[in-house]
Design a protein around this ligand. Sequence first.
Ligand code: GLN
Ligand code: ZN
Length: 774
Amino acid sequence: MSVQSAVLGQSRIGPKREAKKAVEAYWADKISAEDLQTAAKQIRAENWKNAKDAGIDIIPSNDFSFYDHVLDVSVLFNNIPSKYATAAKEHQLSSLDVMFAMGRGRQRDGVDVEASEMKKWFDSNYHFIVPEFDSTTKFSLSSEVKPVIEYKEAKEAGYETRPVILGPISYLLLGKAGKNADSSFKPLSLLDTLVPVYAELLKQLKEAGAQSVQLDEPVLVYDQPAELAESFKKAYGTLAIAGPAVTIATYFGRITENIDCLKDLPVEAIHIDLDKARGAPEQLEPVIEAIKGTKLKLSLGLVSGRNVWKADLANAIAVGQKAIDALGADRIVVASSSSLLHTPVTLANETKLSEEVKDWFSFSTEKLAEVATIAKALSGKSDEVKDALEKNKKSIAARREFEQKSDAAVRDRLAAVKPEMYNRKSPFPERIAAQQKRFPLPKFPTTTIGSFPQTKEIRQARAKFTKGELSTEDYDKFIASEIDNVIQFQESIGIDVLVHGEPERNDMVQYFGEQLEGFVFTENAWVQSYGSRYVRPPIIVSDVSRPKPMTVKWSSYAQSKSKQPVKGMLTGPVTILNWSFPRIDVSREVQSKQLALALRDEVCDLEKAKIFAIQVDEPAIREGLPLRRADWDAYLRWAVDSFKLSTAGVENDTQIHSHFCYSDFNDVWHVFQELDADVISIEASKSDLKLLEVFKRNAYANDVGPGVYDIHSPRVPSVEELKNKIKEFIQAGIRKDRMVVNPDCGLKTRGWGETEESLKNMVEAAKWAREAFA
Ligand code: GLN
Ligand code: ZN
């Protein structure tokens, strides 16, 4: 009996970012909708071909998206919030344009609608468009049934595929109550009206010839109430017989606690994520136990959809064999752990990695072959894949050997960290008094978050420098003059704690990764973050250390230009880790703490260089949280410890700042106090109410700067508005003797015009507050 191979979804951006180029050209009116579709067809055709060539039995379709697969479902079922529906009607927008309007907003030809809310997709760096519901939401199948269209397109090209669609329960639970919903409204209450429309879709897929369909229900990896099992029974009782055979896919975590939702369903198969690093290999046994007495097939996510590392095939085969022994080969499918959307497209376009390093990795395309090879080996066809297995064994052994000889000094140092290294010398009240003595600041001191506008000139100079068209000397001169400007400007308007503006930095993680040992960088390893926005995370490959100071030169230069304190500016260990592809041979905790030690040295070197205010940014600390609450504490413990380890080496009179953004911090508020930074700044202006709630309930003892204006928009806040903001914050519970006045994030995406005006107004408002709250 042969074990089938499956892939849950492929990367959809194209090997050279073809999707981004086409989509952005369409937005800029440079290509037509037809041209855009042609570009998409090419990407899809290439994906199908790659999967087939690799020997994948179950090839996904409808895994392509121009923007986001959750948004696609909203469009598919005509769940269009009224402002977009109205704009569509009044301006005859195509459904493609409505979709883009929902994804990114639309401001042209008399239409002016904002983008819908975006949220992180589980614990990945992908973001989805949050569906909106209220009790009047009606679903109907759109006239363009994307899953059917793409299924047929594949079929015509000669590929039998399994369409992938987000399942009804996850679609509802990932959504939110819309503006018009009353407070008791629950999206799940719409299940009964949604299921028939899904059933209609499945019927159409069956009529088109589809034999199986993959419905993703990843919400099962979150904590769920026991009653959810009832909803699954109801929904899938209908859907299992409505059309093609159904596989329910889960990923990114364990479903053990929610297995009752799945184990008695009349569907064909369930998929579980067994990826070691980001999935839950430990769920295999309990899941097998739960479904043993049923007919359910089990799809094993054995090849990681989340990381860039080559799979250990021998190990995967051993796991697969265990499942076969328990359930029989005809009930087992071998698959990627999740969609391959979260991994870069192909190693083939990496020309600068050494052969040794390249041999450690597998990107999306290479992972296809791994899945197929495991399935063959488990089907008793080891002979056919003998060479592949042999080669993999050698690669894995070589990597293991490299890991052994990676930096012993770093590991010894980490092992020798003493508990006192995590804490500052004295508690905050003593420290802040010492800091006030060193540089007295007024009440409501003003500062900014770090970056100033990254102008075209800055980007051009950097590009020229990278290409070798600008000498180091000239580039340095250019950066120095940028810093001069930024310092001069801040002094001229009366900012109290200055920054150097970060003109020398391409990116807040890459800049440090490039100067640390233990990272490698790629040329084309992009992954989608949201819409046409892709990121190219550095890869941590070995123990991390800092060969020499990274920021001291420019920070010292900046400080030499002013009598005011100029903040040294670093990215924190947890953020560097969360925005990189981590190693999988050691824990994230170990990597985070190695980074912390490297940064600790940098912090101490800055202090030695007489930089007495040092900011360590941790914008990504919240997003590293595990999916289940039970696992939060363990993560927060090492995340907090990493930050403290990186900052606690300084004297009392050196002021440690930190900055947080991108997230709703309501439920992890206690963490701020534990970090014990002298001053924190937080993005507040966008999530006002939520943040204020937090201040009401918690007394935060150290200095805090809730952002007084939103830097994500070019709008200039008036002095009046800023005064009101300060008032609001104080009314909400921020202590007037502890409040710092700052924007809500770095200014790098802004232009100089609005930056100058906004900051001037901000300083005015702070001056007013000094009087008003004296
Ligand atoms: N210091 C960084 C900046 O100002 C912080 C960026 C961030 O929070 N993402 O650009
Ligand atoms: Zn920020």
